[in-house]
Design a protein around this ligand. Structure first.
Ligand SMILES: Cc1cc2nc3c(=O)[nH]c(=O)nc-3n(C[C@H](O)[C@H](O)[C@H](O)COP(=O)(O)OP(=O)(O)OC[C@H]3O[C@@H](n4cnc5c(N)ncnc54)[C@H](O)[C@@H]3O)c2cc1C
Ligand code: FES
Length: 344
C-alpha cells in the first residue's frame, strides 16, 4: 500500500482489488473486468521515498485497462547486516560481502548505503558507499571502498562476523534505456565501485558492454577479470603506463570513439575532472551520458540539504535554462551529464 502526498493513492498489485482516491474523484475497483467511466492519467511523486508511480486508467469498451509503472518503490531501511567476507583487494581498497536480503532484493545499480563505520558512536556521521555488486539469489550485497579517512579506516578494521548498521538502499540508480544496444561504462579509480553492478545488469539486459577503467598504476587495477567473466569487453588505462594503455582513461575513450565504437549510452563514476572531460568528448558525438556524483553527506536521506549541488533545469514557461539545487543523496547520485553544472 502506498500513500502519496495530499492525494491518497492506495494500490494493491494487479489482479487484486484496487482502491483509488484522487482529490475529489473516488473510485473502487474490485474486479479488473468491471467498466468505469474514468479516463485519467496521474503522475505523482513521493519526495520522501523517491518513489514515482505512473498510473494510467483508460476506458476501453467494457474493460478497464490500467498500468502501474513502478520506477522505484524501495523504502529506505535501517538494518543490521553481517559481514560475510572481507579482503584488501589492492593496497588500501577493501571488498566486503554483506548478508542483506532485504536490500539485495530492492536495490538498483548506482544506489548506495549509508554505513555506521564503527561499533560506537564515533564518528557520528555515517559514510556513503555504493553498492558494488548485488546477488539477489543469495541475498547479498558487496561494497568496495578505499580507506581514506577516519570512517573508512574504522570500517576496514571491522571483522567477518561483525554486524554493520546500515541505511539503504538510497538514491536513484542508473537508468538503462530499453532501446540502447551498446553501453559504455567508465570508472576512474575507486569510482569503479558502483559500476560492476551496472555492468552485470546491462549484460543481463542483453546489451553489448564495453568498460574503460582508469587508474594510476597496475597494482590498483580492480575488477578486470570480473568484468570479462560477465561477457563485457574491458580496456584499461594507467597514468604511468605500467599496464595496458599509457595515459588517461579519457584518451582511451577518444581513441575508442575514433575507431568507430559508439555507445548509445555512457555511464561514468570517478573524479570530477574525469567526468567533466568525458562530457566534453561526449557532447561532440551526442551520446546520452549519465554520471554518478559524490558530495560529502550528513543525513543521507534528503533532510539536511548538506549534499546539494547545482543542476540545470528547463523553465518550461519561459523556455530558458535555469539552475536548481538538488540533493545528491536522494535526487541523485546519478544525474544526466547535460544537467550538471560543470564549471566549478
Ligand atoms: C553516493 C556516494 C557513493 C560513494 N561510494 C563510494 C564507494 O563505493 N567506495 C568508496 O571508496 N568511496 C565512496 N564514496 C566516497 C566515500 O563516501 C568517502 O570516501 C568517505 O565518506 C570518506 O569518509 P572518511 O571518514 O573515511 O574520510 P574523511 O575523514 O571524512 O575524509 C577523508 C578525505 O575524503 C574526502 N571525502 C570525504 N567524503 C567524501 C565524499 N562523499 N566524496 C568525496 N570525497 C570525500 C574528504 O574531503 C577528505 O579529503 C561515495 C560517496 C558518495 C557521496
Ligand atoms: S545528506 Fe542530507 S540532504 Fe543529502
Amino acid at each position: 500500500m502506498e500513500r502519496i502526498a495530499d492525494r491518497i493513492l492506495v494500490i494493491q498489485l494487479p489482479g487484486l482489488p484496487v482502491k483509488i482516491q484522487v482529490a475529489s474523484c473516488r473510485l473502487r475497483v474490485t474486479s479488473l473486468k468491471k467498466a468505469f467511466t474514468v479516463n485519467r492519467n496521474l503522475k505523482t511523486k513521493n519526495e520522501k521515498l523517491q518513489t514515482r508511480f505512473i498510473l494510467t486508467i483508460n476506458l476501453i469498451g467494457q474493460s478497464v485497462n490500467w498500468r502501474i509503472k513502478r520506477k522505484k518503490v524501495s523504502a529506505i531501511l535501517n538494518i543490521k547486516v553481517k559481514i560475510l567476507y572481507k579482503k584488501e583487494v589492492v593496497p588500501n581498497i577493501y571488498l566486503m560481502r554483506l548478508k542483506a536480503p532485504e536490500i539485495a532484493q530492492e536495490t538498483l545499480p548506482g544506489q548506495f548505503i549509508h554505513i555506521k563505520c564503527s561499533k560506537d558512536n564515533y564518528p557520528l556521521l555515517r559514510r556513503p558507499l555504493s553498492i558494488h555488486r548485488i546477488d539477489k539469489e543469495k541475498g547479498e550485497i558487496f561494497i568496495l571502498f578505499q580507506a581514506v579517512g577516519e570512517g573508512t579506516k574504522l570500517l576496514a578494521q571491522r571483522a567477518v562476523g561483525d554486524d554493520l548498521d546500515i541505511v539503504g538502499p538510497i538514491g536513484n540508480g542508473f537508468n538503462i534505456y530499453p532501446e540502447s544496444k551498446k553501453i559504455m561504462i567508465i570508472g576512474g579509480g575507486i569510482g569503479f565501485a558502483p559500476l560492476l553492478a551496472l555492468c552485470e545488469e546491462s549484460i543481463r539486459q542483453d546489451k553489448e558492454v564495453r568498460v574503460l577503467i582508469g587508474v594510476l598504476k597496475k597494482e590498483l587495477v580492480i575488477g578486470e577479470e570480473s568484468i570479462r567473466s560477465l561477457g563485457a569487453k574491458v580496456d584499461i588505462a594507467t597514468d604511468d603506463g605500467s599496464y595496458k594503455y599509457m595515459g588517461l582513461v579519457t584518451d582511451l575513450l577518444e581513441r575508442t570513439i575514433k575507431k568507430g565504437w559508439l555507445a548509445d549510452q555512457i555511464f561514468a563514476c570517478g573524479p570530477k575532472p574525469m567526468l567533466r572531460k568525458i562530457n566534453e568528448i561526449v557532447l561532440k558525438v551526442n551520446i546520452d551520458y549519465q554520471v554518478s556524483l559524490e558530495e560529502r553527506m550528513a543525513c543521507g536521506i534528503g533532510a539536511c540539504l548538506g549534499c546539494v549541488c547545482e543542476i540545470k533545469t528547463k523553465d518550461k514557461k519561459e523556455d530558458k535554462v535555469k539552475y536548481e539545487f538538488k540533493r545528491v543523496c536522494v535526487d541523485g547520485p546519478v544525474f544526466k551529464a547535460s544537467e550538471v553544472f560543470w564549471d566549478d
